[in-house]
Ligand binder design. Structure first.
Ligand SMILES: Cc1ncc(COP(=O)(O)O)c(C=O)c1O
Length: 391
């Protein structure tokens, strides 16, 4: 294979790259021209910065169809939003359910609260395809269950959780549904009115195509969280308590203006392309890649095989080849960037049967071409052949 000067990025589930061109320009323009501190003074620069934040909140509200933009709270990533959601909602004595597909950004805050003796938790097992056991969930919900945490899309195998059914079960038992949309925002349509999700945590630097250091939490009207971080908001400064009104109730300190200016352009790009278009193309690419990889001897693809039941995130293992070694060979010999190991989701690997070694994760993005997938499949076929030859 001709591998000269290849640099193929298959790690969009970690962070999307490249970004649409206007994302870079918007962040730079903000830094050069709009860097006042929003809400703090009335200078022209400050007003320009405030306008960018206002626009980012409006764009995100429109994107998720939230009726009231003040229910979108800016955070620095999904981890931040998930911590805010969990620590702002849960009280001593609460019972919490979470699925086996959760990321450490849910497992660790829950583990901490549990170790402190504040809450009790229970895991909902998932199948080898990464799908939660809904009968188990129904049986596990009880009077004290305050919250159900669900990873919308697995960051390992792309499996899509049945949100509608899970939401119905949670609400029937009076529990709040927290959706981790780190892997689904910008990839699958999310409408918080059509599907009345209580808490939606998202990150800006993956499918939403914005810079790192951006993200948010949507909080359903009527649900008031305890502030998780407190500090300056530029409003009610005479008081030593966090303002009651949203979003200041949950936002404090200087926000990531340049990042949010870039995120607006990421959202614009998705709107221009059309999310449905992006999803259809992704499903076609995913089907193509699976068709090319399935016949390769010794290769196992993990997660759902049907493209409509997963996103383009794909995990694989090769018989007799360590994941780290496979990832290294892909990069050093073919210029293909993947991510290997446990992907911060150890329980999900247990469900998929890939614990403790993990998998090699390949995640194409909006700028991945079919030719890139053909090259990737060729590289894996060559490595498998080489392995078979050497025994
Ligand atoms: C499912 C899932 N949840 C949460 C996160 C955390 O996202 P962030 O790093 O933006 O906080 C990730 C990141 O990989 C993820 O895949």
């Amino acid at each position: 294979m001709n591998t000269e000067s290849r640099n193929l990025y298959f790690d969009n589930a970690a962070t999307s790259w490249p970004k649409p061109e206007p994302v870079y320009g918007a962040a730079e323009r903000y830094l050069r021209r709009a860097s006042g501190n929003p809400g703090r003074t009335g200078s022209t620069q400050t007003i320009a910065a405030e306008r960018a934040l206002y626009q980012a909140r409006e764009s995100l509200a429109r994107f998720f169809n939230a009726a009231d933009p003040s229910r979108i709270v800016f955070t620095f990533n999904a981890t931040d939003a998930l911590n805010m959601a969990l620590k702002g909602t849960l009280a001593p004595g609460d019972h919490v359910l979470y699925t086996a597909m959760e990321h450490n950004s849910v497992l660790r805050p829950l583990g901490g609260l549990k170790r402190a003796g504040l809450i009790s938790t229970q895991m909902i097992p998932c199948s080898e395809e990464g799908l939660p056991d809904l009968d188990f969930l129904e049986r596990a919900l009880r009077r004290r269950t305050r919250l159900l945490a669900v990873n919308h899309v697995s960051n390992i195998c792309g499996a899509i959780a049945p949100l509608k059914e899970m939401l119905a079960l949670a609400h029937r038992h009076g529990a709040v549904l927290l959706v981790d949309a780190a892997q689904s925002a910008g990839v699958l349509p999310i409408d918080v009115q059509a599907l009345p999700i209580d808490l939606l945590a998202f990150t800006g630097h993956k499918g939403l195509l914005g810079p790192a250091g951006t993200g948010g939490l949507y909080v359903r009207p009527g649900l008031e969280l305890k502030p998780w971080r407190e500090g300056g908001t530029g409003s009610f400064s005479e008081q030593d308590r966090q303002p009651e009104s949203m979003p200041e109730r949950l936002e404090a300190g200087t926000l990531n203006g340049p990042g949010l200016a870039g995120l607006i352009e990421g959202l614009n790009f998705i709107e221009e392309q059309g999310l449905e278009q992006i999803r259809s193309r992704e499903m076609a690419l995913s089907a193509y890649l699976r068709a090319k990889l399935s016949p390769i001897p010794g290769l196992t693809l993990h997660g759902p095989a049907e493209p409509s039941r997963c996103t383009a995130v794909l995990s694989l293992t090769m018989a007799g080849v360590d994941c780290g070694e496979l990832g290294y060979t892909l990069e050093s010999a073919y210029g293909i960037l993947s991510r290997t190991g446990l992907h911060c989701a150890p329980l999900a690997h247990r469900a998929l049967g890939t614990f403790p070694e993990g998998t090699v994760r390949l995640s194409p993005g909006v700028f991945t071409a079919e030719a890139d997938l053909a090259y990737l499949a060729g590289a894996l076929a060559e490595i498998a052949k080489d392995k078979a030859r050497k025994g």
